[in-house]
Write a protein that binds this ligand. Sequence first.
Ligand code: FEO
Length: 382
Amino acid sequence: MEITNNIKYIGVYDEDIRIFEGQYPVSKGISYNSYLIKDKFNALLDTCDERVIDKWLKNLEDELGSDNLDYIIVSHLEPDHSAGLKEVATKYKNAKIYMTLKASQMLDLFLDIDLKNRIVTVKEGDSLNLGEHNLKFIMAPMIHWPEVMFSYEETSKTLFSADAFGRFGDINELTPYEDEAVRYYTNIVGKYGNQVKNILTKASTLEISRICPLHGPILNNNLSYYINLYLKLASYESLKPGVLVAYASMHGKTKEAALYLKDLLDKENIENKIINLVEDDLSYGVGYAFTYLNIIILSPTYDGDIFSYTKDFLNRLKAKNVLGKKISLIENGAWAPISNKLISDFINNNLKNITINETLTIKVGMTQTNKEEFKTLVSSLK
Ligand code: FEO
């Protein structure tokens, strides 16, 4: 696939994978993007996951034909992008391999091939001239590993952005971007907002015509939308004023309350998402928690403690550095409900800049009073 006359997409869309990175469900798979710049000297940018090496290598061979491969650029060593490095370095023995110093120090951990004599380490601002194209290297530590770098191709104004601006799913730019890009970003890079902001600040000095990430679509249009989306996420700014309803339910009564709340939110035209903390993957909850300003947590008390699935969710919010939210709590318990106090304590001790908006109690099933309280709660979220 052509990105420009001389920049080719040679990545592979892995439709069959169902769990990415050993943890994230990807119902529509994920792509491992890889690019070839054809010029006086030919340069490959990144390889692929071991699941697709044969297909990827064929894509590379088809585009290169009988030409040489002169350079291999390693933006990121994580195995979903470096598993093909051994094969390509073995096949194209004269290709020099460009990477950060940190990547060169980590390389042996991932590949059982000695490439030391072929490695060129680069630092911020170094460049590599290919003829008409000129690559400038931009250090991008902790997006989302320490050895990462971006490359900016000056002639075509193309930013090769490693994992940044990636998305789960296919590479079609027309597939809705935001939900799966936000779930991807917040779960994988969410903790590193400050580092992301630093890179975006550096990138803001560049004139960018397209962004080529290592996953998902190549972004050709409306780049300010994507950059602003990333800036907001990196700043831990809620994207929308809506509500995430996150519930756990043992015998169905807390679920009934959650659905009742969702119905009230819908009737008030307040955008919302609902997740079952036991049945739904928490990565969705993290994505929605970054997206919406308000979170309502409904949870049973269990063993005099926070219900364990609710605790998992809270720990995930802490791990991904979710902050700046308005959280309402609804506990359920027949004889000694204590979730609200324990969850409030957790939030106050572990999450930053959170307002506890409302704390309500259900004793098994909703009463008429509870329903009135819920209406008042929903009104407060308009
Ligand atoms: Fe897509 Fe951090 O690897």
